[in-house]
Design a protein. Structure first.
Length: 107
């Protein structure tokens, strides 16, 4: 890969890593990772989702919704998701700009 392109990619990565959104995301993720209660609920949600994909069961759906309610009312989980969304939006902005650039160049 061209050195200049590699340098520009590194600049983009550094910009993202230095952004408040990314730093806040890392802090929120670290806090979330330290919460065993939330990790257990997240694991339960994934387990119930898989079970529901295989076959519908009203009781499993009820447990899934109960666990989702707990997560969606937990401040740390809400903050984590908010910062994750901000970082994903930032990545999408760069992706769209790069795609637009190549589209303009080659069309």
């Amino acid at each position: 890969m061209n050195k200049e392109i590699s340098n520009k990619i590194d600049e983009i990565i550094n910009y993202i890593k230095e952004s408040d959104s990314y730093k806040n995301y890392l802090k929120a993720k670290e806090l979330l990772d330290s919460r065993d209660d939330l990790k257990e609920i997240i694991a339960n949600v994934k387990k119930y989702q898989k079970q529901l994909v295989k076959s519908y069961n009203k009781e499993i759906e009820k447990e899934l919704n109960r666990n989702l309610d707990i997560l969606n009312n937990d401040y740390n989980y809400i903050e984590y998701n908010r910062y994750l969304e901000e970082v994903n939006n930032l990545l999408n902005i760069f992706e769209n700009r790069i795609n637009k650039y190549f589209e303009d160049v080659f069309n």
